[in-house]
Design a binder for this molecule. Structure first.
Ligand SMILES: [Mg+2]
Length: 270
């Protein structure tokens, strides 16, 4: 078995479905990971959802990117954090439907698609994600709306982005700037929060504890998946770091997709 450093008893048998992080698992930037096509040949036997904390891409963007890599996955199998935010807002008990969004055009589109009116001030809900056009004026309006009682929603607490130029502020840094000024804590939509995993599982018609979460980030994918009762598999192909004794403990650790595929084929197929 191609597991490495598994430190607790591994549950047997196939899960009801797969929830798979994309960046660092299926690809890195525009580069497909080795074994991507072979993984999907096998993964297609199970219900699966592909998830990302990136609030600047749409599910259709992800479908097209994977198609360029030779993998045919419908946008309906992709759940971005913008989609999760839209689903949450559609059912959230808000005082009104006015939304101030600090975020990408994609996030704004998703929020508008949930029946919200996009406004620049006096909002009923403030949604904060990665906003590369962020201004002081918008930050101040966000703080004012929340201080007056608006709901506070964050796409993720991911503080930094790793770019070709180096480390840059991520959505979590902008969330932190707002949070420093207000008494309220945000409701977080992205990994490691339960919202992302519960929404993905619901799309599969499953409970989170019936799924296997596959990811490359111990804190967001593994800790978040474990917190909702999912089995978790860490791939060392992305940002992770091998598990440390005091950190979240994945049920499985694989070097990359080929090792995961090999494990699935040998262990789940009978
Ligand atoms: Mg990742």
């Amino acid at each position: 078995v191609a597991t490495l450093g598994v430190t607790k008893a591994v549950p047997g048998g196939a899960p009801g479905g797969l929830i798979v992080d994309m960046d660092g698992v299926l690809y890195r930037g525009d580069q497909p990971m080795p074994g991507l096509v072979e993984f999907f040949e096998l993964a297609r036997a199970y219900p699966f959802a592909l998830i990302t904390n990136n609030s600047s891409v749409t599910a259709l963007d992800c479908e097209r990117k994977l198609a360029r890599m030779g993998v045919d996955v419908p946008a309906s199998a992709v759940l971005t954090v913008s989609d999760t935010t839209a689903r949450y807002l559609a059912g959230a008990p808000l005082a009104g439907r006015r939304a101030l969004v600090l975020g990408s055009p994609v996030l704004k589109g998703a929020v508008a698609g949930a029946g919200m009116e996009l406004v620049d001030s006096s909002a009923d809900v403030v949604v904060v994600g990665l906003d590369m056009q962020l201004t002081y004026a918008a930050l101040a309006e966000a703080v004012r709306s929340i201080t007056r009682g608006a709901a506070f929603v964050a796409t993720s607490f991911d503080a930094v982005l790793l770019t070709e130029e180096g480390t840059a502020p991520g959505s979590g840094a902008i969330v932190a700037a707002v949070q420093a000024c207000v008494a309220a804590a945000p409701v977080c939509m992205g990994k490691p929060s339960a919202a992302m995993f519960e929404t993905a599982a619901a799309l599969l018609g499953l409970r989170p504890d019936q799924t296997l979460v596959v990811g490359d980030n111990l804190r967001s994918d593994i800790a978040g998946g474990a917190a909702v009762g999912a089995r978790t598999a860490l791939l060392l192909s992305g940002v992770a770091d091998a598990p440390v004794p005091e950190g979240p403990r994945p049920d499985y650790v694989f070097a990359g997709l080929p090792a995961l595929t090999g494990y699935m084929r040998s262990t789940w197929s009978e």
